[in-house]
Write a protein that binds this ligand. Structure first.
Ligand SMILES: [Zn+2]
Length: 292
């Protein structure tokens, strides 16, 4: 949708240049009504816009030098399933049942949550672009098959978008999404991000290996999906300054960690904090973790 890109670019340029950009606090988590915006809100709001929502890295560079602090909960999920091996405590901790997940999404919707993408958060932080009220980012690590078969139908029913961070070396293997499923979930509005090729702890391997994992996972997904892939997730939450620089240099626009937190200070788009949701969490826990 070229027209929307023109509008978006115009909004970005105005925001980047105008004095209002530094005065306006677009943080909507506190309940403030976002400023009227045309491009971004139409662009990827509640999964309604299925057109590519990924900006070119060059476009975002327009915003260099501007960064806002934002309070947007980023919830971290893994499996949406009934844990198949009750004795597997790790698996149990990572598994949210479909019933519980559905109830959690009901609760978020009842609190007026609007799901946004990491890229929308980046625009808000870097450009001052407006966000919808009560923004939340829903993330799913590892690219498990139950994201496509179980989570996505529930997300779609709630008009929520989410990000799946995919381990590219696992695509099409048992328990992981196939290439076809990745395309299918994207076609209904979900976002695919990269989570390396082999799920290595990037701060603990050689810089050459870390860089290869970052660059090759991005390239594999882009070849499969046919567009830029700009969202990254550090396996095991393992990162350091060198790894962050590699992710940025590879052309990603943002990256999530496993560091707990709700707020995103300026210039932290490559070390975004998240709130973990696991098998032991009640609906009330989840609302509390999302500060809702
Ligand atoms: Zn992982």
């Amino acid at each position: 949708m070229p027209f929307l890109w023109v509008v978006l670019l115009a909004v970005m340029t105005l925001s980047a240049c105008g004095p209002a950009a530094s005065d306006r606090d677009p943080t909507a988590a506190g309940g403030a009504e976002p400023a009227a915006g045309r491009g971004v809100r139409e662009w990827a709001h509640k999964g309604e816009a299925l057109a590519p929502r990924v900006p070119a890295a060059e476009e975002l560079k327009l915003a260099t030098g501007i960064s806002h602090s934002m309070a947007v909960p980023i919830l971290m999920y893994h499996y949406i399933r009934v844990n198949p091996v009750p004795d597997d405590r790790v698996g149990a901790g990572l598994s949210v049942t479909p019933e519980h997940f559905s109830a959690q999404m009901d609760a978020l919707a009842a609190r007026g949550v609007h799901s946004i993408t990491p890229t929308q958060l980046v625009y808000a932080m870097q450009v001052g672009a407006p966000l919808p009220p009560n923004p939340v980012i829903l993330t799913f690590d590892d690219g498990y098959a139950d994201f496509a078969t179980t989570a996505v139908p529930i997300l779609v029913a709630h008009h929520f978008v989410a990000v799946s961070y995919v381990i590219t070396g696992k695509i099409g293997t048992p328990n992981y999404m196939t290439a076809e499923q990745l395309k299918q979930v994207e076609a209904v509005g979900m976002v695919i991000g990269a989570h390396t090729v082999h799920h290595l702890a990037l701060a603990k391997v050689s810089p050459a290996s870390a860089n290869a994992e970052i660059v090759q996972s991005k390239a594999a997904l882009e070849q499969l999906l046919g567009h830029p892939v700009v969202d990254f997730c550090y396996p095991f939450g393992s990162f350091n300054a060198q790894v962050v620089a590699m992710v940025q240099a590879a052309g990603f626009l943002d990256a999530v960690t496993t560091v707990a937190g709700l707020s995103h200070p300026p210039a932290t788009v490559f070390t975004l904090t998240r709130q973990r949701v696991g098998g032991g969490d009640t609906v009330e826990n989840v609302l509390q973790k999302a500060s809702l």
